[in-house]
Design a binder for this molecule. Structure first.
Ligand code: GN1
Ligand code: MG
Length: 338
């Protein structure tokens, strides 16, 4: 690590890993100049770290010019001016530490509204940025056809024992195929537009802070999957992670329920910025966003379980199976809002 610290000109007192996401590894680094965030990009998942770097910098430059007061996670350049470092087969980048904290569940509908506003604002401030300038950092990332296809492959060629044990969930997820049809009708509609979309709007990717005693969502983080996409991705992942009092990690399914008032708060917050930007057809799919994303996440967790946890990893036997049944229960609870 000393090699990296030297590139940034840091005199480091202490550093430690911090819990941030399932994919990358993140460190908090205390230096004589203050605290920084250093992160290694998971190269097994992100095959093209340079594209991530270029996307974040392109958006950063645009924001500096058009909206300099917007709080954005600019990449920190090394003393030589690089924002991405290749070292010992890994890829690293750093950020200034932004004062604030992340939450994995929200207790109050005001927090939901705040978070939804902040994610909406991100797409809103970039509404005139040509989304096609961004490279897809994960190809077909939120393509439900692709995720469904990966799932059908896993149920044929995956771990036979796990396939056998997951029959009930497999049947259930196959029976929800109509979401794939709705998704296809949606993406092929003339009034649907691709925009700069975050694609990982789980609630822990918002920083909160207390400002004048009031808790506010101040900033969007983790821009690795920011690319051109559909707004239903972002609203969907908020529905998945903001409306229920427990997270995808919860094993007691009785704790899973969906709060209708929080859903309304999410909608109010998101539409505060995006109401006049979205077409009527897009707006009509606001509720579908949640079905789309929760369903896709259930497919992805079960696919990974059947593929021996090769993508998400597992901290205990059956971890991705547990996450799957959590998300299926969440989907059922979400549908009760309709
Ligand atoms: C991963 O690691 P993190 O928090 O950035 C995943 C998301 C999933 C999420 C589920 C690149 O996000 O798509 O929704 O886990 N990111 C990638 O917790 O696959
Ligand atoms: Mg992420």
């Amino acid at each position: 690590m000393q090699y990296l610290f030297d590139l940034y000109g840091w005199e480091v007192n202490v550093y430690d890993t911090i819990q941030q996401g399932l994919i990358n590894r993140t460190y908090s680094v205390q230096t004589t100049k203050g605290e920084f965030i250093l992160q290694s990009i998971n190269h097994n998942v992100f095959k093209n770290p340079k594209a991530i770097d270029a996307n974040i910098n392109a958006i950063g430059a645009y924001i500096k010019e058009t909206n300099p007061d917007y709080l954005y996670t600019h990449l920190l350049p090394t003393l030589q001016g690089n924002t991405l470092i290749e070292w010992e087969g890994g890829y690293y980048r750093a950020f200034n530490k932004i004062e604030g904290y992340a939450l994995s569940v929200l207790d109050h509908k005001l927090q939901v509204e705040e978070a939804a506003k902040q994610f909406a604002k991100f797409t809103y401030v970039l509404k005139d940025f040509d989304a096609h300038r961004l490279t897809d950092t994960l190809v077909q990332f939120h393509d439900l056809n692709f995720r469904y296809q990966q799932f059908t492959e896993a149920i044929q060629h995956g771990n036979a024992h796990r396939i056998e044990q997951s029959q009930e969930e497999i049947k259930l997820l196959l029976s929800f195929k109509n979401y794939v049809n709705t998704y296809n009708n949606y993406i092929h509609h003339n009034d649907v537009k691709k925009r700069v979309t975050h694609h990982d709007t789980k609630i822990s990717n918002i920083l909160f802070n207390k400002i004048d005693g009031q808790e506010q969502a101040i900033c969007v983080i983790d821009l690795d999957t920011t690319m051109s996409g559909y707004y239903i991705s972002d609203v969907g992942d908020m529905c998945r992670t903001c409306l229920c009092p427990v997270s995808e990690e919860e094993r007691d399914l009785n704790k899973i329920w969906v709060d209708g008032e929080k859903w309304q708060a999410l909608k109010n917050g998101y539409l505060h910025y995006m109401k006049d930007v979205l077409s009527n057809f897009e707006l009509d799919h606001f509720f579908f966003s949640g079905q789309f994303l929760i369903y896709m996440q259930a497919l992805r967790f079960l696919t990974d379980h059947l593929n021996n946890d090769s993508y998400y990893g597992a901290f205990y036997e059956g971890h991705n199976y547990q996450r799957t049944i959590n998300q299926i229960r969440l989907l059922e609870a979400y549908n009760q809002l309709a």
